[in-house]
Design a protein around this ligand. Structure first.
Ligand SMILES: [Zn+2]
Length: 240
């Protein structure tokens, strides 16, 4: 039993589980009841596909876009912003269950769309080793890997570990301006695989200015990737 599953086991047994939105009792770990999951404000897909860059209210959030497609679950606002920050900054790992649940729900809608395609490689945004050691887990990996593995027919071999590495220990992006974010990321990543002519998916938890995913997209493009698609849990609205 891993440390994470041991902690989870104690949480399950010490605290009764309630829906995080309506407080109704739910089985096992804290997450949403069926009703709240269907009412939860997921981002509506564009009428002509599954690429959120086709939505002007989303594409206008980015000054520059070096990736071809964007998939996301919700706006970075309550309650998902609360769940994400509890997981990421407060080490409350049980919040991963609700995040897995909403990602899974949005993915299920997407894969049923005729325009949905799987890439050649899926890269979960890595943490620098120092940050990984401090946090003890990669919060993006914790939720996305399990959500993807729950999708019927998903090929787990698509998820590639150790292809993208963080060379530089960067400051947390949260309190930086757009310009500072870009500077903070210069030469922060390296690629360790043959990605020529491949379609790559990069997964991150929150997209704000797009600086990180743009930087990583450029790295993949310079290494010969054909296309880069970005999947994210949340997108920060302009007025945030
Ligand atoms: Zn509920």
């Amino acid at each position: 039993m891993t440390v994470l599953s041991l902690i989870e086991y104690f949480f399950d047994n010490l605290f009764p589980s309630h829906c995080l939105m309506c407080n109704k009792t739910v089985k096992h770990q804290p997450k949403l009841c069926t009703d709240c999951l269907s009412y939860f404000a997921k981002l509506p897909f564009p009428t002509n596909g599954v690429n959120f860059l086709l939505k002007p209210n989303i594409s206008r959030l980015f000054k520059e876009i070096y990736f071809e497609s964007l998939f996301a679950v919700s706006w970075y606002q309550e309650p998902s912003s609360h769940w994400l920050s509890q997981l990421k900054f407060c080490n409350k790992i049980h919040y991963r269950h609700v995040l897995i649940q909403i990602i899974q729900a949005q993915l299920m809608v997407a894969v049923k769309n005729n325009n949905w395609l799987w890439p050649d490689m899926i890269i979960i945004m890595p943490l620098h080793l120092r940050r990984y050691k401090m946090r003890g887990f990669n919060q993006v990996d914790q939720v996305w890997r399990k959500a993807l593995l729950s999708i019927p027919g998903f090929d787990s071999a698509l998820i590639k570990n150790d292809v993208l590495k963080r060379k530089k220990y960067t400051k947390a992006q949260t309190n930086l301006s757009a310009k500072q974010r870009q500077k903070n990321l210069t030469s922060a990543f390296s690629i360790h695989a043959d990605v020529k002519n491949k379609t790559i998916v990069i997964i991150d938890d929150v997209i704000t200015t797009g600086a990180t995913v743009n930087e990583v997209s450029l790295c993949f493009k310079h290494a010969g990737a054909k296309q880069v698609w970005v999947w994210a849990t949340c997108i920060t609205p302009l007025d945030k």
